[in-house]
Design a protein around this ligand. Sequence first.
Ligand code: B12
Ligand code: SF4
Length: 553
Amino acid sequence: MKNLLENGTRCLIVQSEFSEFGFWNYVDVCKITGAKYPAAPLGLLTVAALLPQQWEFKLVDANVEPLLFEHFEWADIVCLGGMLPQQKSMISIIHKAHQYGCSVVVGGPDPSSQPNLYQSADYLVQGEGEVTIPMFIQDLEKGCKSGEYKSVDRADMTKAVVPRFDLIRFQDYIQVGIQYSRGCPFNCEFCDIIELYGRKSRTKTQEQVIKELQTLYDLGHRGHIDFVDDNFIGNKKNVRKVLPVIREWSQANKYPFYFSTEASINLASDENLLQMMKDVDFRYVFVGIETPEDEVLKLTNKKINVNVPIVEAVNKIYSYGMIVNGGFIIGFDNETDQTAEKMIQYIQDSGICMAMVGKLYALPETQLTKRLHREGRLFENASTLKDNNTDLDQMTSGLNFITSRPRLDVLKDYIQVIKQIYNPERYYERITYTCLNLKPANKFKPGIFKMLKSIKALFKVCLKVGFNKTTGLLYWKTIWKVISRNPKGIEAAVNLAAMFIHFYKQSKFIVDLTNDEIRNIESCGEEKYYQSIFQENENSSSHEKSLKTMINR
Ligand code: B12
Ligand code: SF4
């Protein structure tokens, strides 16, 4: 076998496939803009920068091009990484790579959370690559043919490398990610971020951020950059320092980029920070709203959201030119039969178009998982995916435990929310609301090539959405209202209307799948359903007890 540290070692980096029915996988919309997939694989680009630079790299993102046997034939070593929904595809790629005689290295969120599932890889590199990849390289130097690497240390972000952005074609993606911080100071019970990355928000320096922006600029990227931070404002003190530096750089370079990110709801009460974000052209922010019920928020320890008037908070963010995307969850203990209706109202009143409503998913290592396990409610192999076509994310999977309310009620509520919020009339009402309240001050101006592409995309949206029997009338009515009352909101209106192509299809898929699950439970009864899940478990007595308590609720 070849010494892998030699010059010219060929390293194939693979991003495995996501399902087109995932909430975030809006491939139909990508096609309209000429892209193939929403987001570039930032984790793998970072890994490439941490591996020996004398290696020759090829990155294949199976979401943008087919992964072929020639790729494996070319490679000496294959590196794979990914998240829970990629579990099945990653495991099958490990086997394929072995058939071609390649060594396989795996890492990333799912292999780090569930290393037991990836034992077939030769090298299993857990946690943050900045800490564990050097351990793996040391083993290669010693000639080790396999190994498992983990560490309790967290990466010093001030020493993080610039990802190998040169390995992708920017035109394949809608957005390219960069990361400013890792970790989040809050302590939500269901969150795996704080288990994976800790509660201290570790940030890069201003110089590092500028270096990454400059690299992207020099490589020719223009347009959308997503700050992939768990909570961009997790370290407010530092974020206040970096934003003016980004503004200065952007101004000097004629604003080549606009931004999006993820932040906690306390952003809305910090007008100074909102202004700073507006100044550098932030256009989208994803906020975890989770549930309209304060009692549920308290129980799940999402204290930051308790007593926050959500509609007001979202409106405040709109007034600084940023569209709010929201995360919501159904299936918490303490929910009532009013929760679903309140959630629908919340989403409608705040105009959140891109509302990711998921079923509570007890992710590995979280406090929630530990509690449910103690209570005898957690399913065995709770996060092992069974079916590539139906186990995609927290909208298809989730509720991997005995629910506190009858499971059928939770599932029916879930369907009700999805059906209502992705009903075309309701979705377009929200577009209108958002775009009338949005006060954008777009600084990024596309160059002539990008402008022509945008015009082409606009025509395609008008054809696809505007001459469609479900959305046609709604589209033109919305466009007219926004143009006549708040013309600056028109770009957002067209974008959000385009996104409905995906959400319409995806929500139908979710409703059908959930209905199948409901029929399945109805056919045997809830108790039998749970019993069948726990049947294979040798130590099922604790489940039996919880089951009895739950069924008699
Ligand atoms: C940006 C992001 C997205 C983006 C873009 C992702 C993409 N490129 O396709 C979008 C919005 C599309 C997305 C979607 C989803 N995401 Co997401 N996402 C993130 C986020 C916020 C940042 C990811 C990132 O770029 N990090 C920066 C890079 C540098 O870090 P990294 O990828 O972890 O890589 C490091 C290490 O893991 C390691 N590593 C990674 N790969 C490899 C490979 C090898 C060989 C080695 C040695 C090391 C290694 O080294 C890297 C450097 O330290 C993370 C949270 C987080 N903090 O990671 C969640 C996260 C990865 N997402 C998650 C999930 C579940 C999803 C969704 C299913 C739904 C959701 N919750 O949003 C969907 C599924 C995607 C789809 N297309 O269907 C989970 C994964 C949980 C798990 N245990 O697997 C996370 C951890 C967040 C969470 N708690 O919900 N996501
Ligand atoms: S605010 Fe978000 S990232 Fe932070 S702990 Fe809660 S769920 Fe996790």
